[in-house]
Design a protein around this ligand. Sequence first.
Ligand code: B3K
Ligand code: ZN
Length: 890
Amino acid sequence: HSAIHRADYTAPAFWIDTVELCFDLDPAKTRVLNKMRLRRNADVPAQPLRLDGEELNLARVLVNGQGASFKMDGNQLVLENLPAAEDGAFDLEIFTTCCPAKNTKLMGLYVSNDSFFTQCEAEGFRRITYFLDRPDVMASYTVTLRADKAKYPVLLSNGNLVEQGTLDDGRHFAKWVDPFKKPSYLFALVAGQLVGREQRITARNGREHLLQVFVRPGDLDKTEHAMNSLMASVAWDEARFGLPLDLERFMIVATSDFNMGAMENKGLNIFNTKYVLANQATATDTDYSNIESVVGHEYFHNWTGNRVTCRDWFQLSLKEGLTVFRDQEFSQDLCREPSARAVKRIEDVRVLRTAQFPEDAGPMAHPVRPDSYIEINNFYTVTIYEKGAEVVRMMQTLVGREGFAKGMTLYFERFDGQAVTCDDFAQAIADANPDSDLARLLPQFKRWYSQAGTPRVHASGSFDAAARTYTLTLGQSCAPTPGQAVKEPFVIPVSLGLVGADGRELALRTMDGNTVPSPYTFVMTQASETLTFVDIDAEPVPSILRGFSAPVVLEFDYSDEQLLTLLANDIDPFNRWEAGQRLAVRSALKAIAAVADPAPLQPLNTAYIDAMRSVLRHPTLDAAFKELVLTLPSETYIAEQLDVVDPQRIHAVREAMRGQLAVALTDDWAWAFDAHADNGAYQPDPLSSGRRALAGMALTHLCLAARTTGDVVWPGKAYQRFKDAGNMTDRFNALAALVASDHALAAQALPRFHAMFKDEALVLDKWFALQAGAPDRAGNILPAVRQLMKHPDFNLRNPNRARSVIFSYCSANPGAFHRPDAAGYVFWSDRVIELDGINPQVAARLARALDRWKKLTEPYRSAAREALVRVAAKADLSNDVREVVTRALA
Ligand code: B3K
Ligand code: ZN
């Protein structure tokens, strides 16, 4: 299978105006009758009609009610000599069957827990019926579902329910009409034994809407938070962007078998249970906040994605980057305290830097708007999503918050109901703000869409005591990525300030004597440029890239002292946190490079430890922020700072750093644990979550310290907390503390936890993940993982369960995965191949665990390569896995 190129885009030869689908749902053989009204696209040369189809049994094709001749070309159904009516329109009726019960790919129509679900993005609709399965073909859908009434009492599809009733033989039907035209990837149906939580709301304009969250019977008590999040989303999109809910009914349905997080089908969002179900006994604070953002994300797609969709899949970030930006803003706006907004920003940046930066530096690097792909499902990446969101955020920075809202309004005025491109979006934001830097620099700004790779900003400062000036020199560069050897300069908004040696924020005056408003955003456009500030009495500490104003790596040769100043004083919470991260990375790199073998046991210096103590004990900083500052940079992030990676050494150094913090701050951790103890009823708000997070972190460090000191009290307390906790966050954190410190009590707590939650699939996922992700102290994690795969509750076909064991080990536990004996890689290659036979999308995600193999030192590098070659050598691999391993080996 060959690559598809963006440059080859052509408009469809036909339009589909209406679709009437009738389903007779049966797990073994579902019958699908598809009646379409098509029309030639007069703008393109006449050509045969080619409909996509996959794993379908074709029974009948009628054109204008008459049997028609057709031929097959690979997976396409080809119809020639179509009637040439004056308006070029004709009816096409296609009757097919498919087998949802055998659909383990979870694309198209499939069965999960005896219910039917669909997943059509990107190219799943063709697994339901023959169609022009591309996003620029938008049609009006009418859907009739027929099924056994006892087994499938609930029958749902997009839009409004217009008719329902009973049929013979215990069957019933429901007919749904979607009032909006949509591309096929937004089609959905659900049928099964489900129960719904309902909520009626009245919008600002007085319109009434029905919101529903459907789950399996027994899960209804876990739907309140999802419903609240949905109501908050509706209100937020009206308030911030003036975008109302456009449907009478908006439904969310949860399924436990799902390839990703959730799907924004028009009016019928289908969700992984992980992003719907929560109560305090089963879900952690992180689950609560993820549910809020995913519910928001899918809801926001109703405008950014559904009302205005993508012309082709190369434009995926048009909807995904924008919608991630919107869900990030939504979560921030829901925070009452500014400090909580900053915490959310730091968390988002952490995801970007630990997942997207490596992608941008590895074999799968691609622009936010890719130029080609083999399998589109491989391009639902952190680059399209998270970097795409940063690009939108930079636009907002360049035009201001109000200007951005104006730009959004213009975007919908221009393109509502259409399938458009990233260029169209950027143009609308710029046109609505004609005097902005964005409008002035638009062609150059759009390099963010076309050039892959993470730019580096090289900054240096020079203080002239005599002239009382401080000059910053800012340069930029971007390393080559596959297929792009040379990069042109980007437009980089650099938000910055100057901090005095005493820690105070300095007023910024430029050469012409003007005071610049703070925060000051300097817009870089050149490979190198300088800016000079006047009236500076002593050498300041520059605080550059505040709030992470651009998705770049900032290089500045800070002294430790300068970083300590920023850590203690910067008014920008992001850079305050960043200063601590820089100090920690610095210590880690030094210890990694040290000649000593094994790695030094005390990588952290006293100044750093004292600074961490000050943060931990700080009277006014909030707990969530403290927890972020005290969290050491991840092994993955540290690895990205190195040209040659020894994963075991990184792991050893980071563990030594953790141990050092654990022991040196024991009294402070003990104070923190007591001071942030549970206070009253459980609330998943940012402040209370922050307190629990810090208490959990304290407990982990106290248990880690106990390994050195032989203390029995804190592990005992952890076990007690594990047993008595009033919510899953505290319970799980206590269990994690025992597991992380490998304490004997973990062996008691784990089976107890399993017994308590044996019927809660999402909690069992946590139980599996915790063990597969545990620190490897004696090479025992891989055998444990193999054991877990034999557990009666393990099921490779369930993506959540597969991820909880296999991904937690291969992708999230580098210290255990990168074994000198290569057994981790062998395990990986076996699982990629095994999963590929079941679910190529899940397999291809797993395949990416070795993306960065070329950076590994020996013996890892050769062993990893061998494992990749082994996968690549397998006959009939899916396109998904083949594309990933081929690029990795290139
Ligand atoms: N649009 C879907 C992702 C579909 C992934 C297809 N492989 C969910 C989302 O981004 O909201
Ligand atoms: Zn999305």
